[in-house]
Each structure stands twice: as C-alpha cells, then as structure tokens.
Design a binder for this molecule. Structure first.
Ligand code: ZN
Length: 98
C-alpha cells in the first residue's frame, strides 16, 4: 500500500501537497478535494454538491470566502427531510402497541 511510506511531518507533507487553487471541502462530513475554474465566483464540491464563494487573491490564487448559504441550506433541508421521512416511516411501521 502507498500509505505505508508517509514519513513526512504534517508541515512538510502540507507544503508538498499544497497546490494553488485546490481546496478541501468545508463540509466536515465530506472533506473532498476540488479546484475552482479560473475566475469562477463559485465552486461546487463534486462529492457532496455544496457550493462555496470564491475570492481571487491573484488570478491564479483563489480563496474560499464562505459557503453559498441558499444552496447549502437546500442540501441540508433535503438531508433533513430524508431523515424525517425515515423517522416517520419507522413510526408508521406497525408496532402493534395495542
Ligand atoms: Zn464536499
């Protein structure tokens, strides 16, 4: 396995893997890696679909400013709705209490 030869310290490996324009998804349950299109105002995580606002410090140096709330809220609501649906389905399941 390739993972076995990771003798670098955290800082060293960070410096080595750091590439301008690459981000980790800010969704803690995702942590996917992605890269905004040059000049894009928004970037979408291909893994979880969350969107983030991009600020370009230099034409080749983007920074994530923050999440796009309306998109991410929609995703969160859908996740919640799915959870609620699951819950109510469990509740609706015949349990024969009486
Ligand atoms: Zn993501």
């Amino acid at each position: 396995m390739a993972i076995e030869r990771e003798g670098l310290s955290g800082a060293e490996s960070l410096a080595k893997t750091r590439t301008y324009g690459k981000f980790r998804c800010h969704n803690p349950s995702c942590m996917g890696r992605f890269q905004p299109e040059p000049g894009a105002k928004r970037v979408k995580c291909p893994a979880c679909g969350m969107e983030f606002r991009v600020h370009w410090i230099r034409p080749d140096f983007p920074r994530i400013r923050g999440p796009v709330w309306d998109v991410n809220r929609k995703i969160a609501q859908e996740a919640l709705a799915a959870l609620e649906a699951k819950k109510s389905a469990a509740k609706a399941a015949p349990k024969e209490e009486k």
